[in-house]
Design a protein around this ligand. Structure first.
Ligand code: SF4
Length: 372
């Protein structure tokens, strides 16, 4: 088909190759910079591969974010959510507030609690274990997707144990999957600018691999559109690809476009932040061509893109819509364009309008539920 389109011989060769095998970093870099008449052949190729690999189902989960604290010692330059402990609007939810939120979510059919928040100064493994225990005691059938590699690193340090032991404790207390956040962009150059206090690239890879070895699978994420180069986006996806080749422990890949408007680095004067629409589309399409069926599930974050653009991104290689969320204070602080809560009906309508099939799933993509 490519010979009928106005594309260069290099682009045609790479897209043709991608129909049968994964592309190299150099080829991905070439595709990441396409524009004009070459953009849509790339998107069509990614959409074709998506259809070949996972078919026409678009999955999502009925879940509930529980942001248990906004106090954070890390204070990333891109984050509008974190607070110092003595800020007037700093909070830590108590057990009854956490259980109340969980109760309401379960009444609405939630299959997963997503436990996210800031990195508390003195939280140890006992603290995170306690959060898991109270939720599992009350709702043993609801999966828990929670915590970040930076939290785990710091909690293990406070508790004087190694990371594997920390994960063993959390797994025994009910941690089902790890969100894979704190990845941001996996190059130390960019991390030094946007999140110098977070885990380094080497630490992130080590902690994720340790979790997967202990038997806690999870998500891989990328947050792009801030200070990184296009080549760093590709470098990041390649690191994820290599980890998956080693471990097979990622359940999904979640590109998260940077919401710059209320971020400290934007407010302090760094301009030209935030990816453009075509950059978003290319990120998804190139991810599909690099990851193929190695990580078959590529998730669109509707909370960051809004419903309309999220629907368009589903035509660029993605096959999952994340979750209903039931709130997400991190995204809310960043200015989520369509709010932070979606009904199953809203997500289903977007999917059906594309001629695809909305399907509810569990956290690990191992159980699927038809939607009436
Ligand atoms: S992104 Fe997470 S770790 Fe960074 S400041 Fe915000 S809450 Fe803290």
């Amino acid at each position: 088909m490519f010979d009928k389109l106005s594309i260069s011989s290099t682009t045609e060769r790479i897209l043709t190759k991608s129909l049968d095998e994964s592309i190299t970093v150099g080829e991905a870099n070439h595709l990441m910079s396409l524009n004009g008449s070459e953009l849509y052949p790339l998107l069509a190729t990614a959409d074709f591969l998506r259809h070949q690999i996972v078919g026409d189902d678009v999955t999502f989960i009925n879940n509930c974010n529980i942001n248990f604290t906004n106090i954070c010692t890390v204070r990333c330059g891109f984050c509008a959510f974190g607070r110092d402990a003595d800020d007037p609007d700093a909070y830590i939810l108590n057990d009854s507030q956490i259980l109340g939120k969980a109760e309401r979510a379960v009444a609405n059919g939630a299959r997963e609690f997503t436990l996210m928040g800031g990195v508390l100064p003195d939280a140890d493994i006992d603290y995170y274990e306690h959060l898991l225990t109270i939720l599992k005691d009350a709702h043993p059938d609801v999966a828990i997707h929670g915590f970040s590699p930076t939290m785990i690193r710091d909690a293990c340090f406070v508790s004087g144990m190694d990371v594997a032991e920390g994960f063993e404790r959390l797994k025994d207390a009910g941690l089902d999957t790890l969100p894979g956040t704190a990845a941001e962009i996996l190059t130390d150059r960019s991390r030094e600018i946007i999140c110098p206090e977070k885990v380094s690239v080497a630490e992130w890879v080590d902690i994720i691999k340790t979790a997967q070895e202990v038997g806690i699978p999870g998500s891989a994420t990328i947050m792009y559109g801030h200070v990184e180069t296009l080549e760093e986006r590709v470098e990041h996806i390649d690191i994820i690809r290599q980890i998956q080749q080693d471990t097979g422990g990622f359940t999904e890949f979640i590109p998260m476009t940077f919401m710059h408007e209320y971020s400290p680095i934007f407010l302090e004067g760094q301009s030209n932040l935030g990816a453009t629409g075509t950059q978003d589309l290319k990120l998804y399409a190139v991810s599909r061509l690099m990851l193929r069926d190695l990580i078959p599930n590529i998730q669109v974050s509707w909370v960051k893109m809004g419903f309309r653009f999220a629907q368009v991104v589903l035509t660029a290689g993605a096959n999952d819509l994340g979750g209903t969320l039931g709130g997400d204070e991190l995204s809310e602080a960043s200015g989520a364009p369509d709010g932070v809560e979606a009904s199953i009906e809203t997500l289903s309508r977007m999917v059906k309008d594309l001629g695809r099939n909305p399907i509810e799933r569990n956290s690990k993509y191992t159980e699927f539920y038809q939607i009436e």
